[in-house]
Ligand binder design. Structure first.
Ligand code: SAH
Length: 282
């Protein structure tokens, strides 16, 4: 009996020692398992949205209406929506209305204006492109924006997708990593009377926690994975559209949904080709 008791005590002692050892070793291990995210590089707000519900001056509204009415662009734009978007079976009425409203010719370089309503992406300088109208409509539709929604875009580029979102959402935050593009988009959106858009020059990998959570997030550059900070800033019940892929020509547009209980699901919806998501602030 005595012998057995001793054995039990010995086993207990060994177990206790093992647990302690595990604890001592696991603590530093746990710290090393996940390297902390590097601190975000400094980001700058270039245009700040007016508070939700603030009234818009008659002058700003007139600037917007004038850009929308410009001919022959308006006719070309209505044809673009009919032939490139509706004809392909896309478009809930609010998305079609937003695509009819935004003066796309004001978002492309002057020398490419004549091609603004063609069925393709166009270069906007710095090796970047404004997406094909159909893709902009498609991604906007994926977000199922409700009036009053707050949306985040990563990859401002020309500011065109942000303007389309701004027609549908109460507030839009858009982040661009190339300073020159961020500045020109901010200036353009302000001139065209988009009062509900905030433009940030920064690395969109980190999102924009200041206005989180977002009902919708759209990433317009191809990433290899979903940036965790963006997922964290998505509201439960929210949607994210993001092109994912490891190579420049084979990416998949992915619809990410966060359920009310926080469960995340992702589904491939369309093969696409986007410019790469980069981490170099310039
Ligand atoms: N949505 C744009 C098209 C964008 S092209 C439009 O409507 O015109 C993709 C843009 O994403 C490029 O301007 C590129 O500089 C930007 N980009 C790439 N990586 C980024 C990052 N980490 N953060 C913010 N912007 C990024």
């Amino acid at each position: 009996m005595r012998g057995r008791g001793g054995t039990v005590r010995a086993i207990a002692a060994v177990l206790l020692a093992a647990v302690l050892l595990l604890y001592v070793c696991a603590a530093p291990l746990a710290q090393h398992a996940l390297p902390p995210e590097p601190a975000p590089p400094p980001a700058r707000v270039l245009l700040r949205a007016a508070p939700v519900g603030a009234s818009t001056s008659a002058e700003v509204l007139a600037a917007r209406a004038a850009a929308q009415a410009e001919q022959p662009w308006r006719d070309l734009r209505l044809a673009m929506v009919r032939e490139q978007i509706e004809a392909r079976g896309l478009g809930t009425p609010p998305v079609l209305e937003a695509m009819r409203a935004v003066a796309r010719h004001r978002f492309v370089p002057a020398e490419l204006r004549a091609q603004a309503y063609e069925d393709r992406p166009l270069p906007i300088g710095h090796g970047q492109t404004i997406s094909q109208p159909y893709i902009v409509a498609f991604m906007t539709e994926m977000l199922a924006l409700q009036p009053g929604a707050r949306a985040l875009e990563v990859g401002t580029g020309s500011g065109y997708q942000a303007a389309v979102l701004a027609e549908l959402a109460a507030e839009v935050v858009t982040i661009e990593i190339i300073g020159a593009l961020a500045h020109s988009a901010a200036e353009r959106l302000q001139r065209l009377g988009y009062r509900n858009v905030t433009v940030v020059h920064g690395d969109g990998y980190f999102g924009w926690p200041e206005r989180a959570p977002y009902d919708a997030i759209v990433v317009t550059a191809a990433a290899t994975h979903i940036p965790p900070p963006l997922l964290a800033q998505l509201r439960p019940g929210g949607r994210m559209a993001i092109p994912l892929g490891d190579t420049p020509w084979t990416q998949s547009l992915v619809l990410v949904r966060k359920a009310e209980d926080g469960t995340v699901t992702a589904r491939d919806v369309l093969p696409v080709a986007f410019v790469p998501f980069t981490r170099q602030l310039r």
